[in-house]
Ligand binder design. Structure first.
Ligand code: NAD
Ligand code: WQD
Length: 341
């Protein structure tokens, strides 16, 4: 298929490009590099052994986006582009609504101009909010507790309304909403990976920078949570498994109409202490850490029910914790300054 990929130079986008190219798809990337380096695309082409088209532009520039889409004539779009730092969203909500909600509207307008009715959207487990039960299934009520989470929920609503209206108008559309849990790890080559700007806000990139010596110590945000070891539990998913979920979703989008929602996780919970131990083993030494207060808005536990993706998409996660931490360490140790090094 011909696939337009917004935000393709980012962490999840770059890994997905490798899988798309390896599966024989033609890709065209849109990215303004607000949070990525063009070098990621050079490395993707090197890993896949294939060229890809790319355009540096902002998804909010509807006219430019429509021109690219009309030239490329995609069969489907994978929409990664967006802002994702939870704290930054609280400080600057308008930017988050502009890019994540306004950018999605702009993209749909450009898709209409190019006659494209299939989209796969990067949503997040964060749309669920406080768990009413665990694991979260796709029917769990949506009550996001952050600006970022609300922008994802609003974008989901827009996509659902758009797909329904197109269907009623006799121009069937498919919107596949993938709710990712906690992506981590890197491509096995160690050539591409997560490259956060500034101080990492998430556990895995922070741990990786402690291991290279760039950060002094991991702060564990609370050891008094109602979990077996007192630290927060998450459902970490290897980024290559996540990338392959997009290839499966693309095949599904070619046949489906309307909106479909899938959790993308492993279903297995890992605590901060377990992750610290696993990453220390991969890095070959004990990593400095200290107990710090709980982080505002944090959850004790998050875990996915993954049956729907397995049944309908035929996708399930193949990699475990060892592959996640070893690949992350391979990337971080070979590229201690990310793409800037
Ligand atoms: P990322 O920041 O690495 O990638 C996003 C990409 O979009 C970057 O390359 C950035 O430059 C680009 N971009 C941002 N604003 C843009 C704009 N206005 N126009 C064009 N390009 C723009 O993030 P990621 O971790 O790869 O996440 C990809 C998507 O998945 C995001 O939508 C994110 O919200 C979602 N998501 C991420 C996680 C996670 O933990 N990483 C979890 C759930 C959902
Ligand atoms: C994981 C665990 C922390 C950092 C966030 C966003 C969410 C999603 C993914 C996109 C928790 C603990 C963390 C640290 C720590 N992004 N921790 N010390 O909170 O599940 O989700 O990223 O959609 O929207 O909210 O992931 O990696 O920040 O935290 O102890 O320095 O690690 O308390 O238990 P989270 P995380």
């Amino acid at each position: 298929m011909r696939v337009l990929v917004t935000g393709g130079a980012g962490y999840i986008g770059s890994h997905t490009l490798v899988e798309l190219l390896s599966a024989g798809h033609e890709v065209c990337v849109i990215d303004n590099h607000a949070n990525s380096s063009p070098e990621a695309l050079v490395r993707v082409a090197g890993i896949a052994g294939r060229d890809l088209g790319s355009h540096v532009l902002d998804i909010r520039d509807t006219a430019a986006l429509a021109a690219v889409a009309q030239g490329f004539r995609p069969d489907a779009v994978i929409h990664f582009a967006g802002l994702k730092a939870v704290g930054e969203g609280e400080e600057n909500p308008l930017a988050y609504y502009e890019v994540n909600v306004g950018g999605t509207l702009s993209l749909l307008r450009a898709m209409e101009a190019a006659g494209c009715g299939r989209i796969i959207f990067s949503s997040s487990a964060t749309v669920y909010g406080m768990p009413q039960y665990l694991p979260y299934d796709e029917d769990h009520p949506l009550a996001p507790v952050s600006v970022y989470g609300r922008t994802k929920r609003q974008a989901e609503d827009i996509l659902r309304d758009w797909a329904a209206a197109r269907g009623r108008a006799g121009a069937p559309a498919a919107a596949i909403l993938l709710r990712y849990f906690n992506p981590t790890g890197a491509h096995e080559s160690g050539r591409i990976g997560e490259d956060p700007r500034g101080e990492p806000q998430n556990l895995m990139p922070y741990l990786a920078q402690v291991a290279t010596g760039r950060r002094a110590a991991l702060r564990i945000f609370g050891d008094d949570w109602p979990t077996p070891d007192g630290t927060g539990i998450r459902d970490y998913i290897h980024v290559v498994d996540l990338a392959r979920a997009h290839v499966a979703a693309l095949e599904r989008a070619a046949q489906a109409t309307g909106t479909e929602v899938y959790n993308i996780g492993t279903g297995r919970g890992v605590s901060v202490r377990e992750m610290l131990a696993a990453f220390s083993r991969a890095a070959g030494r004990a990593l400095p850490h200290e107990i710090a207060p709980r982080r505002p808005g944090d959850l004790a536990e998050s875990r996915a029910a993954c049956a729907r993706a397995a049944e309908v998409l035929g996708w399930r996660a193949e990699y475990g914790l060892t592959e996640m931490v070893e690949s992350l360490w391979r990337w971080q140790s070979a590229n201690p300054d990310g793409y800037g090094g």
